[in-house]
Design a protein. Structure first.
Length: 228
């Protein structure tokens, strides 16, 4: 059964363009042109992923994202017509998984939808119960197959890209990665110039991993490393 993508935008030509390209790749498309309709469909019809414009009538994209994250972990790609970083950073802090600035290349939208859904599928795949591999650094234990993170025996709830970012660093303790390298590997496509995205996710990790004995360090002018 094809996965359903909900495209939310009050500009019909944007909806039509996204729908055409996503349907060509085999997705089932649902649409909404205002925030109230979108919120109802997200919470009641459980799409596989939401493409969500920020500037919507009735309820804006930020408020939709905030309300959805209180109840659901459905992946969200935000669309913004402004190039200002603040829109993107606020969206990411509210729980969006990714964002695109309009006008966007519809092929890039399709690529990002696929990348996120691949990661969701990997996260939901059950691991073998025997001989499970893990990564341990001090009191931090990561089970990549189950996508589980533990500190002192307590499970830590991480979002998809937070987990992928942590695994990348934990598999290479002490190695400094540039923001560009982290974007390329963790996000799975060219995201050049959007390095604030990494900074926001690192800030989230530091907050959630407060009890971790290892240090998630900033190497100024370069990037980040996980230091045992």
């Amino acid at each position: 059964m094809p996965e359903t993508i909900l495209v939310v935008d009050d500009e019909q030509h944007i909806v039509d363009l996204a729908k055409m390209y996503l349907e060509q790749d085999g997705f089932k498309i649902d649409t909404a042109n205002d925030g109230r309709t979108a919120l109802h469909k997200i919470l009641n019809e459980t799409p596989s992923l939401v493409v969500l414009d920020l500037m919507l009538p009735e309820i804006d994209g930020w408020e939709i994202c905030r309300r959805v994250r209180a109840e659901s972990d459905v992946p969200i790609i935000m669309l913004t017509a402004r190039s200002d970083d603040i829109d993107r950073i606020v969206g990411l802090e509210l729980g969006a998984d990714d964002y695109l600035t309009k006008p966007f290349n519809p092929r890039e939208l399709v690529a990002r939808v696929k990348a996120i859904l691949r990661r969701m599928e990997k996260r939901s795949t059950p691991a073998a119960p025997v001989a499970e591999g893990h990564i341990q650094i001090s009191n931090l234990i990561i089970y990549p197959d189950r996508r589980v993170v533990m500190i002192d025996g307590h499970e830590i709830n991480l979002r998809m890209k937070e987990f992928d970012l942590l695994v990348m660093l934990a598999e290479n303790p002490g190695v400094v990665f540039t923001r560009e390298k982290l974007l390329n590997v963790v996000w799975g496509y060219d995201f050049a110039g959007e390095t604030r995205t990494v900074d926001v996710h690192v800030a989230h990790l530091r907050h959630k991993l407060k009890g971790m004995q290892a240090q998630l360090e900033t190497v100024w002018g370069v990037g980040y490393k996980l230091e045992p």
